[in-house]
Design a protein around this ligand. Sequence first.
Ligand SMILES: [Fe+2]
Ligand SMILES: [Fe+2]
Length: 270
Amino acid sequence: MLIAQITDAHVAGEGKLFFGRFDTGAALARAVAALNALAPRPDIVLFTGDLADKGTPEEYAYIRRLLAPLEIPLAVVPGNHDRREAMRQSFADNPWLPADGFLHQVIDDYPLRLIGLDTLDEAEFSRGLVCAERLDWLDRQLAADMGRPTIVFMHHPPFLTGIGHMDPINCAGGAALEEVIARYPGVVRVLCGHVHRPVVLGWGGTIASIAPGVAHQLPLDLRAEAPSAFIFEPPAFDLHLWIPGQGLTSHRHLIGDFGPAISYSTNQPI
Ligand SMILES: [Fe+2]
Ligand SMILES: [Fe+2]
């Protein structure tokens, strides 16, 4: 099974530029084209939040048009730039999103179980939240099928990254979530977004990772006083390959035109 993770598109309305200078809609279109060009094709794409920039119905209508060419099933969870009801209405035809409540989901159609956790707190501008109700929901889902390898995907990282301006706006309730995750050895990965940078760590008895954004990135700045900033490093997405007997093996795919691959003889050293 092959799983793609895209994140943090921040699509502004059609014809609008993110921060007045970057066409995030075009960036999402390039990500969709890159996903369709993969061989083999992923079985599913997980979109880990910040689909929209302001979360308006107009933005979601544009996002749906941009995603329409995607030839792979898509699952979505909201980020802090999304708005729950506008997103739900726009994705009403999605087979996994619930009709009310949090935009959690359990996807049981594949060898790996995929659990989407909604960390959006609409009372907060940026920070996420796993409250007692969400924690209880996740605990029950994990307990319901402990025998299957499972991925939990969510927007806000429930851990620290060392990036000074992002850690205060990570996922509140992260310590309690870590305790729950640690009780279920079937959780092979926790996939996050929000930070617009690649990060990987051991957490909760498993591996957690953050995928880079498909649009703009955040500069690598590990000073405590790091100012908020973004940068146009190459966009990318992650690919997670399930190898039975080994586990989840992850690759990063840069989005862009880097020229054709150049073949070489296996008799030549490289
Ligand atoms: Fe974001
Ligand atoms: Fe975010």
